[in-house]
Design a protein around this ligand. Sequence first.
Ligand code: COA
Length: 255
Amino acid sequence: MLYDTKDGLARITINRPEKVNALDRRTMQEIDRAVDSAGQDASVGVLIVTGMGEKAFVAGADIGELSSQTPVEGAAYSRAGQAVLNRLERLGKPSIAAINGYALGGGLELAMACTLRMAAESAKLGQPEVALGIIPGYGGTQRLARLVGAGRALELILSGEPIDAREAHRIGLVNRVVPLIELLPSAESMARTILARGPLALRYALQAVHEGTQMTLDEGLSLEAALFGLSCATEDMREGTRAFIEKRRPAFRGR
Ligand code: COA
């Protein structure tokens, strides 16, 4: 895995092209460390997650590692992977999956733990685990159903068949589809748009949506009101509203 930061963006590149960027234990640990670094680094506002090469984003968890697991090891493997993806999803900073090719199994699960997904026209997305006699274990049964609805999620999970980027866009699994050559520039452009916004507002918006979708409507609305109130206590709120009135760009400081 490669990790670099530049001008407020952190980029995580899964780098096992000879194994279609499959996620082995070591790669998962490296992703976890990179997510932690991006979280701690105050200069980082947005993460981009992508795969090395033109073929694969990530073609799943490492099947070689999976094949020899006992039930107890399998459950622990699933929980450990879920924990890494939860930390990415709940980092409080937006992340964009730039899906440059196959996003299968754990690859789609990694992309779904990101805040937004952009796909190359050539990308293929799916949850093929049942073809191996297992089920998705890094959150696929839960996040896919929440993103596209249970009916479409079950079609993908039970058939194991991948879909192309256009279909993924049609069902709301990816936010945008672009030619491969434009994928990283488009993800960076989206990241820069987000970076110009108030960082505390981004954090509270992420929290409101992620936690709110697990609550009743009334609980979610209470959470929204509490976080809205909190945003009114920030310097960013004063700066953002003043800049609008003064017809200038806001200079947010995340305070
Ligand atoms: N875990 C471990 N190794 C994997 C892998 C995975 N998920 N997916 C592919 N590989 C390995 C292959 O075994 C092969 O290794 P080798 O060169 O040592 O034989 C190498 O990566 C290239 O894969 P290959 O299948 O030859 O490439 P392809 O272009 O013909 O097909 C895919 C690409 C992605 C369609 C195909 O590799 C595939 O279906 N992979 C498994 C996807 C999957 O089931 N994911 C869910 C896992 S839970």
